[in-house]
Design a protein around this ligand. Structure first.
Ligand code: B9F
Length: 121
């Protein structure tokens, strides 16, 4: 059993939660994401995610969230570590892609940030 497997429930520094199912033999997984923040008037709903992890200890990871309540997408990439207390912590950066109404607005349609996820029991 590898150190820091992605399966399970996670919560990030914004209060968003995600649930990841079983990791398959190729490292692929699916799950669902509930963001705590959105800066939209649309009601936030659970959104599907899919991604993959390397099948190593402290693996690198990538996954995509397809938001169900907006035209946006977010991709996360990072690495899962075991901290000094033996707790799993997933250090990520993300790109949030908004829908540009026209090509001339493409330049302002992507934002970047950082999230840290810890396990939710
Ligand atoms: O806020 C996004 C959204 C898209 C169109 C209107 C609102 C969708 C939710 C993104 C959630 C981000 C954060 N949650 C989290 O856990 S993903 C990265 C952060 N980590 C506002 C206007 C256009 C874009 C954003 Fe929109």
């Amino acid at each position: 059993c590898s150190k820091c497997h992605l399966s399970g429930r996670w919560k990030n520094d914004l209060g968003s939660t995600m649930s990841i199912g079983s990791v398959d033999s190729k490292g692929g997984f699916e799950g669902s994401y509930l963001t705590a923040v959105s800066s939209t008037n649309n009601t936030i709903t659970e959104s599907p995610l899919a991604g993959a992890q390397q099948l190593d200890d402290e693996p690198t990871v990538g996954f995509t969230v397809k938001w169900t309540f907006s035209k946006s997408m977010t991709v996360f990439t990072g690495q899962c570590f075991e901290d000094d207390n033996g707790n799993d912590v997933l250090e990520t950066m993300w790109l949030l892609r908004s829908h540009a109404g026209e090509r001339t607005d493409n330049w302002k349609a992507t934002s970047v940030g950082r999230n840290i996820f810890t396990r939710e029991l």
